[in-house]
Design a binder for this molecule. Structure first.
Ligand code: ATP
Ligand code: MG
Length: 348
């Protein structure tokens, strides 16, 4: 697999995660051979590019990529975010973003009774409000305009929807489609129609349509009932940060970017960014990165290893003395990672 630690807390959480992933793979009788790339902000300052021009092609040689985070205060965000992670997602056409959210015993959250949340947000990853179509006009007049055109294609909706229904089949069999077709009458009515067609091909999967505002309420009030949420790019972006809080925050939120049925490598990354406010202090929570690694292990055909990582995380987190500051504890990145590694190594 390819590994891009990146910037800020990226290298801290990646270096804490790799021994755990390696040990879990070994327990499952497999060997991981990570190949590291120094892509990111420092490389940008040195060479003017966050990654080589053929970076995406280099990654094609690997079955999967583990990515830390990119971004640093002294480089404009778009140079690094577009020059690296969004560039890679687009070049590899990683059309679907997958973000599991679950409760962890021992981890306190905003919920009164946190136990029992177990849902996955499947987010269309390439279009919607994020296509960059539009413009600014009548600058510095009283009629100044900013126009943002949302684009939704049948192809992209189908890719995300089929992935969501397949996933629901392997889980509790429920898809909640999140749109806003009562007010946005073109793009989101296409979502409703295309997803209804897909739903007809999955009679064993229950499908409901929920408006995004109602879903925001449900995520807070009754998240336990939710299984797979199928979302557009914008709604998935917003709801997955909300949902991450139900698991304990950004330090607990893993993700995958993938092209279902395609031949591109999938890219796994913690949802959080480079966290410049805590970078270098050794206190970042490594769990989001480790759980991303567990998804990677599942993806490369080592689900037993993925399960070992998740079980070890669950075991370690039951003890609040192991929690990093974002979870209300005082453990360091290395202390929590060492505990998780010890649990993996003692697992049978
Ligand atoms: P970027 O522009 O790279 O996305 P950001 O500051 O916008 O950076 P994050 O890096 O995700 O966003 O940080 C948001 C908040 O969450 C920060 O206060 C950060 O300290 C916290 N945070 C992010 N990741 C972690 C982590 N792994 N452990 C603990 N706290 C974290
Ligand atoms: Mg951010």
């Amino acid at each position: 697999m390819a590994v891009i630690p990146g910037d800020g807390v990226g290298p801290e959480v990646v270096s804490a995660s790799l021994p755990v992933l390696r040990a879990a793979a070994a327990r499952a009788g497999a060997r991981l051979d990570p190949v590291e790339f120094d892509w990111g902000g420092e490389r940008y300052l040195r060479t003017g590019r966050a990654m080589p021009a053929d970076g995406a092609e280099i990654l094609r040689g690997f079955p999967a990529v583990l990515f830390g985070a990119v971004g640093r205060p002294d480089v404009p965000d778009h140079e690094l975010v577009w020059g690296l992670i969004i560039g890679v997602r687009q070049a590899l056409d990683l059309a679907v973003n997958v973000r599991p959210v679950q409760s962890w015993a021992g981890v306190r959250t905003v919920l009164r009774e946190p136990d029992g949340v177990d849902l996955v947000i499947v987010r269309e990853n390439t279009e919607g409000e994020y296509v960059g179509v539009g413009g600014r006009a009548h600058a510095a007049t009283a009629h100044e305009l900013g126009i943002e055109v949302a684009v939704h294609s049948r192809t992209a909706i189908l890719r995300a929807a089929r992935y969501a229904f397949d996933l629901a089949r392997s889980r509790r069999g429920r898809v909640s489609l999140v749109t806003k077709s009562n007010a946005l009458r073109h793009g989101y009515t296409l979502w409703d129609a295309v997803v209804a067609e897909v739903a007809a091909a999955y009679p064993d999967v229950e499908c409901e349509q929920v408006l995004v505002d109602a879903m925001a309420v449900r995520l807070v009030q009754q998240p336990r009932d939710l299984d797979v949420l199928l979302c557009s790019n914008l709604f998935g972006d917003i709801l997955s940060d909300l949902a991450a809080v139900l698991a304990g925050g950004m330090g607990m939120a893993p993700s995958a970017n993938l092209l279902p049925d395609g031949d591109a490598p999938a890219l796994f990354e913690p949802v959080h960014g480079s966290a410049p406010d805590i970078a270098g202090r050794g206190v970042a929570n490594p769990v989001a990165c480790m759980l991303s690694g567990a998804m990677l292990l599942d993806h490369v055909g080592l689900p037993v290893a993925g399960r070992i990582v998740r079980d070890a995380v669950a075991t370690a987190l039951r003890d609040p003395a192991r929690h990093t500051p974002d979870l209300g504890g005082s453990a360091t990145t290395k202390e929590l990672a060492a505990e998780i590694l010890a649990v993996v190594e003692s697992s049978t």
